[in-house]
Design a binder for this molecule. Structure first.
Ligand SMILES: *Cc1c(COP(=O)(O)O)cnc(C)c1O
Length: 423
């Protein structure tokens, strides 16, 4: 696809965009009285306008029904989390019984590691990507210590080759083979939060299994961003938050996937709570934990209805967009346009370097721009001119055009500001 570097061309792409009307379903933050250029959906997705109605509905149920709201009203709270299952299952490529909305991301990662990281003297190592999101690093480090191992020995961090910014699949596979019988778990980001690299989850999972290890992924930056097929890829577990590309409210309810081959096994080790207990006998309040079938058997507490309500408001938009393939199609075009315009600035690598892979299948919507000189000055200038993006120390600006609410004109407007800065 050859693009053009003109405002008219960007507008023409917007006019042809089948998802054009979806922007109106979101509140776009204003800067200086004008719509901002919001390129930060990788950090916090925008608020669906319907979110307020969804929350108000549950506030009204609480107001009018009190405790009876658990069993009465339009969406009884006892089953509220199940509303999300069909759409979530489609978004991550799992069966309904393999996905659940619960807790928060890092809590879910710990719960999953309780089940999938059970080290022995011989098999105790974890492969992670170097520079993983800090919360994941802390989770892995403290899990390893909890089991009495030394993080320096047990955690294998995979770093890009000298002078490169992303990992090569072949090198990941080599590392998995090299640690073979000592490897307990591969736990990586799905889309790396800093570089924007989308790892080959199917191939990594297969390699982990071939040496007898589990494979689990943190999909914080992948869910709602790239098409996923967790069930078919035979992934053992996955976790994600819902406030980035899933637009479900700051700190809102997170999600988890456990493959049915583990999830349907009641003997599979886990930490239990009453909401994971067999629904039919939950309120008999008896001794003896009997987990529900599927990943529901990992739930602990009764559902956080208010954040599930905003989550549902957002999921309905994904449903209306008819799923990830439609979103991905626009996303590929939108990000390729961003890439084209950036390359058309003709800057040297020293001035601005896109460190995200150039192959579309190896990235989501985000491009990470390494700005070696005065990066923070550039970033502050962007902010002043109405671009909301994010800055990651020491020198990266992350730009995420989101197909649900970003336009080609947003991307064009952003790069025009860069042009004025550099030229
Ligand atoms: C955003 C993000 C988190 C945040 O964790 P919370 O538990 O939601 O605070 C963790 N890990 C990754 C990879 C992230 O991108």
């Amino acid at each position: 696809m050859t693009h053009k570097n003109t405002k008219e061309y960007a507008k023409a792409l917007d006019n042809k965009d089948p998802l054009k009307s979806f922007r109106d379903l979101f509140h776009i933050p204003k800067v200086n009285g004008k719509d901002s250029i919001y390129l930060c959906g990788n950090s916090l997705g925008l608020m669906p306008k319907a979110a307020r109605t969804y929350i108000e509905q549950e506030l009204s149920a609480w107001e009018n029904l009190g405790v009876e709201g658990h069993f009465e009203g339009k969406n009884p709270w006892m089953y509220y989390h199940k509303l999300s299952k069909p759409i979530l299952a489609e978004i991550v490529g799992g069966k309904e019984k393999e996905v659940v909305a619960m807790n928060n991301l890092t809590s879910n990662l710990h719960l999953m590691m309780v089940s999938f990281y059970r080290p022995t003297k011989e098999r105790y190592k974890i492969i992670v990507e170097k520079g993983a999101f800090p919360s994941d690093q802390y989770a892995v480090e403290t899990q390893v210590r909890f089991h009495g191992f030394n993080p320096k020995d047990a955690i294998i961090e995979l770093a890009p080759k000298e002078g490169e910014y992303t990992l090569q699949t072949a090198d990941i596979l080599t590392a998995i083979q090299a640690h073979g019988s000592e490897l307990a778990l591969v736990m990586m980001g799905g889309v790396q939060y800093y570089s924007g690299q989308f790892f080959d989850l199917a191939t990594i999972t297969k390699a982990a299994h071939s040496v007898g290890a589990y494979a689990g992924f943190d999909l914080a930056h992948a869910v709602g961003n790239v098409p996923l097929k967790l069930h078919d890829w035979d992934v053992d577990f996955a976790v994600w938050c819902s406030y980035k590309y899933m637009n479900s409210s700051p700190g809102g309810v997170a999600g988890a996937f456990v493959h049915e081959k583990h999830a349907d096994n009641p003997a599979f080790p886990r930490f239990g709570g009453w909401w994971g207990h067999d629904e039919g006998s939950r309120f008999l309040m008896q001794k003896g934990f009997k987990p529900m079938q599927g990943v529901d058997g990992w739930q602990l507490s009764n559902a956080t209805v208010l954040t599930l309500a905003t989550h549902q408001a957002s999921l309905e938009i994904f449903k209306k967009a008819r799923g990830m393939n439609v979103l991905r199609e626009k996303s590929l075009l939108l990000t390729s346009y961003l890439e084209f315009l950036l390359n058309d600035l003709n800057l040297s690598e020293k001035e601005l370097n896109i460190i995200t892979p150039s192959a579309p299948e190896e990235r989501g919507c985000q491009l990470s721009l390494l700005v070696n000189k005065n990066g923070k000055v550039l970033f502050d200038e962007l902010t002043k001119k109405g671009v909301i993006a994010d800055w990651r120390e020491p020198n990266v600006v992350r730009i995420a055009p989101v197909p649900l609410y970003n336009s080609y004109a947003d991307v064009y407007g952003f790069v025009e500001i860069l042009r004025l800065h550099f030229h």
